[in-house]
Design a protein around this ligand. Structure first.
Ligand code: 2HG
Ligand code: ZN
Length: 455
């Protein structure tokens, strides 16, 4: 039997897509990463995933798992000749268990579907991203996604209590008992979280849920400069229940307003905006606490408070529509973090560092202020980045501040050349040893995360 016949035997003929039918699965949504896959396969159960992986392993054909395809580093879009294992049909979400504060979900369930299930039980998932409607649990876990709620909940891995995955040879590892205490050997669950499809195909997860706060209040602040934003972060940290601290600059706001995606509550544009949100039992008390913490802050030009769902949504739209309004401009996208004390200096030096390699390109930085996480978007920079000169310059600047070259989006295909800027040679050697042990033939998402051995 040919590989395609074996795959059809495993998942049914109509779930093996080839030719024109691979459209959409063959590229990421920005269009920056694409390839010509051998086939797209859509298994509906863990056993079917295992059969697909085993068939590819036997045939020596590389395979890449794909969820909602919202990733930004080319980890889940195929290279030429790869089989795409789409999790679209693995989308069941269990009934949340209020007793243990957990919910089970299959890899292809959207983040939003899990959030909705949690909410219906008076609980919440401590992970939230602008792409919630499309991003899948499998992808969110495989990238250890960050998002806007890391401040209070930590990154995705802290919300993962159990996992089921198919390894490169088709065997299934299952750790789904959710025991809060379980020190029986190596932690395979946490090894697989953040492995970007290179160590196994995630099929099912057990997720931690938290009590859902009764109220939320948000404050949008118009600020003179980035140094004021850092000062705001310091001043607001003492607010109990602080849940999010985001930022964007006038460059991004202009694009959002020009696209008609949201309205600003302020008469005048400010150089930097911070969006803060706090949770607790009473929205008015929260709003008061936010306002009090902001009193007499230098650099504060204006502020708008929101306690109703509608008003908060308006403020969040200004921040969350950045990615979509930037997309048509086909920017180079670099997700980085620097220590908060260095953030203002980093943002000040960024334009000149970019201009030196990409004349005329103006950075549009925005992101998660609490973690010093900056999404450096560079519209018009792609022609200058063909050999990686722009990426090199920006990531070099990040490294000079002892920052992270990938705060939340992962390494994928986009950044593996620069892995050494974030990891020591010993680290990379240990990572290679893990990869070699779990995927000796190198068939799971090859060319992602680890650089080529001689590079
Ligand atoms: C966000 O925080 C996402 O909105 C996407 O991580 C960032 O588009 C980007 O660069
Ligand atoms: Zn982000």
């Amino acid at each position: 039997m040919s590989l395609l016949e074996q795959l059809a035997a495993a998942v049914g003929e109509r779930n093996v897509l080839t030719g024109d039918l691979v459209a959409g699965y063959d590229r990421d949504w920005t269009g920056a990463w694409h390839g010509d896959p051998r086939a797209v396969v859509r298994p509906a159960t863990t056993d079917e995933v295992a059969a697909v992986v085993a068939a590819c392993a036997q045939a020596g054909v590389p395979l890449v798992p794909q969820g909602g395809n919202t990733g930004l580093v080319g980890a889940a879009s195929p290279s030429d000749g790869e089989v795409v294992l789409s999790t679209t049909r693995l989308r069941a979400v269990g009934v949340p268990d209020p007793g243990t504060g957990t919910v089970e979900a299959e890899a292809g369930a959207t983040l939003e579907a899990v959030q909705t299930a949690a909410r219906s039980a008076g609980l919440e998932l401590g992970v939230d991203l602008a792409s919630r409607g499309t991003a899948t649990i499998g992808g969110v876990l495989a990238t250890n996604a960050g998002g806007a709620r890391v401040l209070r909940h930590g990154t995705t891995r802290t919300q993962v209590l159990g996992l089921e995955a198919v390894l490169a040879d088709g065997t299934v590892v299952t750790r789904m008992n959710g025991l809060p205490k379980d020190n029986t050997g190596y932690d395979l669950v946490q090894l697989l979280v953040g492995s970007e499809g290179t160590l196994g195909v995630l099929t099912r997860a057990l997720l931690r849920l938290s009590p859902r706060p009764a109220a939320r209040a948000a404050a949008l602040l118009a600020l003179e400069d980035a140094a004021s934003a850092v000062a705001v972060a310091g001043a607001l940290r003492s607010v109990p229940g602080l849940d999010a601290l985001e930022f964007y600059t006038a460059a991004g706001l202009d694009l959002v307003l020009a696209a008609g995606r949201a309205r600003t509550p302020f008469a005048d544009a400010a150089p930097v905006h911070v969006l803060a949100e706090a949770v607790g039992p009473d929205a008015d008390v929260l709003a008061e606490a936010l306002a009090e913490a902001l009193e007499e802050l230098p650099g504060l030009q204006d502020a708008a408070l929101a306690t109703s769902e509608t008003d908060r949504a308006r403020l969040w739209a200004l921040r969350e529509s950045h990615t979509e309004v930037l997309a048509p401009l086909e920017p180079v996208k670099l997700d980085v973090a620097v220590p908060l004390v260095a953030l203002a200096s980093f943002l000040e030096r960024l334009p000149e560092v970019v201009a030196a390699v990409a004349p005329g390109v103006t950075p549009v930085p925005f992101g998660h202020l609490a973690e010093g996480n900056v999404h450096v978007n560079l519209p018009g920079a792609r022609p200058f980045d063909v050999d990686g000169a722009v990426t090199d310059a920006v990531l070099g600047l990040v490294a000079s501040y002892s920052g992270s070259i990938s705060a939340e989006h992962g390494i994928g295909r986009a950044k593996r050349r620069w892995l050494h800027l974030g990891r020591s040679a010993a680290d990379v050697a240990a990572m290679r040893a893990v990869k070699q042990a779990l995927d000796p033939a190198g068939l799971l998402s090859p060319g992602r995360v680890l650089p080529d051995p001689l590079a």
